[in-house]
Design a protein around this ligand. Structure first.
Ligand SMILES: *Cc1c(COP(=O)(O)O)cnc(C)c1O
Length: 444
């Protein structure tokens, strides 16, 4: 098979193979990599003879499905021989699909059983496992820079921790992440360094971008970034949507519809890509917090990015989602886009109320992000809810946001073991000013 190419959203002629796209992150013209063609599977082909096996969302089943779903993209590429090992390493925890009602109309897909208790563990671990294998043994040490408003930095630090030849620098806004999140950003040590920046998340992001372009820094070390526009974080996320949809079809003979908490649109796009690949997925509904640029765009047809506003679902506080560029590449006309996804917006008071109500109704505790999806699902017309097979995507464990959640439900949220272990580790961090100079000397 010839190697499949990925092209820039801004220029179809600017192509790269899978490994190259992972290493570069961003296309040289500033565009994002997208598949230049789509290997359509019949979903029977993915389920194969072992239908029951593919239709499970346990770690082992996810790793196997990852190989079948991603193989066409890696065929003939440097990454191809490593794919089974990378998939096994990245998908080493379950994504349970838990029914919430007895007719099986509503389930929750729990994506928070990884080391840092958010879905970003899947993508971060896939990228780390790939980059570790793609590096030549004698290559100079690679420094991964990551700016984070909370969840990304922890997932990336955990995924790259103790990998030889790779260092990580995490930049987060001092005082603007929850104490639980701060723990996960600062508890690593070794090859991970954490910087509490006296500034905002936007300033952290600007410092990373400036560093990536800085001649002096680049001369001293190889720099890369691990933000969510990297294909190596995005593509593996299609796998759990595939597995969940196959499990729903196996159980009920019908396709699955998903409600997805959305910020930068990486998770949502992975679901759209899974459907594009032929997985049995019907409707895809995006749940945004008060940062409502995407719902507004679908309604008005006019794209108007805005500065982000702070909400309870902070990992979705995005005013200009980068993956919209990929979405528009797939659906250039607004009517095509409206046919492909729906989107709605949820404010903080509605998040609070939904956490309280669903705790009473289902005995389930949502993180603020998952609560946006539960709220958007609750607003769907009864007719759609009672005919579809709906899946709420739970993006983080509520314990990560216990400072917000516990007062609402009036009791303590128990910590998953993986998070509890992080709390036993000593913390390390260096405070720096929000400037490139400060980052340069801190890295020296
Ligand atoms: C990052 C994140 C999101 C948003 O995902 P995107 O891929 O950026 O749309 C939602 N929930 C949680 C818990 C997250 O960490």
């Amino acid at each position: 098979m010839t190697a499949m190419q990925f092209s820039s959203t801004r220029n179809p002629a600017l192509v790269a193979g899978f490994a190259e796209a992972l290493e570069k992150g961003l296309a040289p013209d500033g565009g994002l990599y997208i598949p230049s063609e789509w290997p359509a599977f019949a979903s029977e082909q993915l389920t194969g003879q072992s239908g029951a096996e593919a239709a499970r969302t346990s770690a082992g089943a996810l790793a196997k499905l990852a190989v079948s779903m991603l193989k066409p993209f890696a065929a003939g590429d440097r990454l191809e021989p490593h794919l089974p090992a990378v998939a096994a390493e990245a998908m080493s925890f379950d994504a349970p699909l838990v029914p919430l009602d007895s007719p099986g109309r509503l389930s929750v897909l729990e994506l928070f059983h990884g080391p840092t208790a958010a879905f970003k563990d899947f993508g971060a671990r896939f990228l780390a496992a790939s980059l570790a294998r793609l590096r030549a043994p004698d290559a100079p040490a690679l420094t991964i820079l990551v700016a984070t408003s909370g969840d990304t930095g922890g997932a990336v630090a955990a995924a790259f921790h103790e990998r030889p030849g790779i260092e990580v620098a995490v930049l987060y806004p001092k005082g603007l992440v929850t104490p639980t999140q701060e723990r996960q950003l600062t508890c690593w040590g070794g090859n991970v360094r954490s910087f509490a920046v006296r500034g905002t998340f936007d300033e952290c992001q600007r410092m990373v971008k400036e560093a990536m372009l800085d001649r002096e820094l680049r001369e001293r070390r190889a720099l890369s970034s691990a933000n969510s526009i990297n294909l190596g974080r995005l593509l593996p996320q299609a796998v759990y949507f595939g597995a969940a949809s196959l499990a729903i079809r196996q159980a009920y003979g019908e396709p699955a519809s998903f409600v997805i908490p959305a910020g930068n649109l990486g998770n949502a796009l992975a679901c759209i890509w899974a459907r594009k690949l032929g997985l049995p997925i019907a409707d895809i509904v995006l749940a945004h917090n008060a940062n409502r640029v995407v719902p507004d765009f679908l309604r008005t047809g006019a794209w108007q990015p805005r500065p982000s506003v702070a909400t309870l679902a902070s990992a979705m506080d995005v005013g200009n989602p980068s993956n919209l560029e990929r979405l528009r590449a797939l659906y250039p006309q607004i009517d095509q886009l409206r046919g492909a996804v729906a989107a709605d917006t949820v404010d903080d008071e509605q998040i609070r109320e939904r956490i309280r109500t669903d705790f009473r109704r289902f005995g389930r505790v949502w993180c603020p992000h998952t609560a946006t999806a539960a709220e958007v699902y609750g607003r769907l017309p009864l007719e759609r809810r009672s005919t579809g097979r709906w899946v709420l995507v739970a993006t983080a464990h509520p314990a990560k946001f216990r400072e917000i959640v516990e007062p609402l439900i009036g009791r303590a949220v128990s910590m998953p073991d993986s998070l509890a272990r992080l709390f036993e580790r000593p913390v390390f961090c260096t405070e720096i000013a929000p400037t490139l100079d400060a980052l340069r000397s801190a890295l020296a």
